[in-house]
Design a protein around this ligand. Sequence first.
Ligand code: DC
Length: 225
Amino acid sequence: MIVAIDGPSGAGKSTLGKMLAKRLGLLYLDTGAMYRAAALSVKQMNVDPDDKDKASRIVGEAKIELTGEPDSMRVFLNGEDVAAEIRTLDMAQAASIVSANSGVRRVMVDQQRRIGESAPNGCVLEGRDIGSVVFPNADIKFFLTAKPEARAQRRFEEDRAKGRISTYERTLSEINERDQRDVSRPDSPLTIAENAVVIDTSELDLTEVFEQMLDKIRESRNEAP
Ligand code: DC
């Protein structure tokens, strides 16, 4: 079974994707982490993320691997554990630039399809183009969204808990800038895929969203609640 979860940053995709993967016994694939590792591979070569030709060549040769359980996932770039390094603000911005590059997207989408198709029980994939491009025939597609202010507040609190220093205003402006780039790029912009179940998580707590998602999955499998 393939579960696709798309939406802007801070809507709860990662947390809910991990919860679903655990509950359903599926592999969990954070495709944003792959784009972040791709951006890091470009940065490590001192290449400008905007340089499309060089960036796609570097990413094409990079070895990006995600291993481990959803809660303790490790991300390897050319054999080096980069799970912490890719979570910086700088890397989020670089990933957003690199992910607008069609050459890079082609490499990532191929890998994501291969990983999803070879997962023995199926896979939960979360990102921006899973239901629209990577797995348009997914068994179920979700689009999680929330007001920018709610997403910025969550991100800000997460960052603070991790000891990262920022302000709510700065987080909000970064989220708006990234959203703008993700929805306006010509190749695979963030969009609501056909047949996607849209959930606005602004006013809901995690458990409520989780239950709604499980219900939809049961419905799609024709199971009783
Ligand atoms: O979900 P995230 O913040 O880790 O994603 C980092 C960047 O990668 C984000 O700006 C959008 C991009 N991305 C994408 O274009 N397609 C995906 N399937 C996943 C992420």
